[in-house]
Design a protein around this ligand. Structure first.
Ligand code: ADP
Ligand code: MG
Length: 151
């Protein structure tokens, strides 16, 4: 599955995140949810995640973690417990992610994991993960591809 979106300004990218989160809460396949965000710095990954977290009903502010690689947010929903925001920007070797408990996080189907710079840990991303690719079009426009990995 592949879908393409074009957003004009950060508000539209946030809205896309919010809509996707709400769709996911409505759909109920009982599967785990892993979302990888890829694309250049300033592409809109964190902006998207802010809207996504809002759509899940999370009130805390999601920001770009400067030194922190992993953040956990509670979700008040019968199906999902936690949103994990993982930022691989500073990771040097993919294995570092395992020291953070990555496998435990993604094996719990009540967790949602959203991973910025997911291409850095692609071998650890299970089949069925959703990938969002953020491409710069111009100052205020981004092309965003939604791709579902096989599996
Ligand atoms: P990343 O996490 O991919 O590095 P951020 O979300 O932190 O990117 O930053 C995106 C930057 O681009 C913000 O400064 C935002 O205001 C700006 N921007 C401009 N147009 C868009 C757009 N259409 N979608 C998302 N961000 C946009
Ligand atoms: Mg970011």
């Amino acid at each position: 599955m592949r879908k393409k979106y074009l957003t004009k300004g950060p508000a539209q990218t946030k809205k896309l995140g919010e809509i996707l989160a709400k769709e996911i809460l409505k759909a109920n396949p009982g599967k785990r949810l892993i979302i990888g965000l890829e694309g250049d710095l300033g592409g809109g990954k964190t902006t998207f995640l802010q809207g996504f977290a809002q759509g899940l009903g999370i009130k805390e502010k999601v920001s770009s973690p400067t030194f922190v690689i992993l953040r956990k947010f509670r979700i008040k929903n019968p199906r999902f417990k936690n949103l994990y925001h993982i930022d691989c920007y500073r990771i040097q070797k993919p294995k570092e992610i395992l020291d953070l408990g990555f496998k435990e996080i993604i094996s719990d189907h009540q967790n949602i994991a959203v991973i910025e710079w997911a291409d850095k840990i692609k071998n650890f991303l299970p089949g069925g993960s959703l990938i969002l690719k953020f491409q710069f079009v111009d100052k205020n426009s981004r092309e965003i591809w939604l791709i579902k990995r096989k599996g």
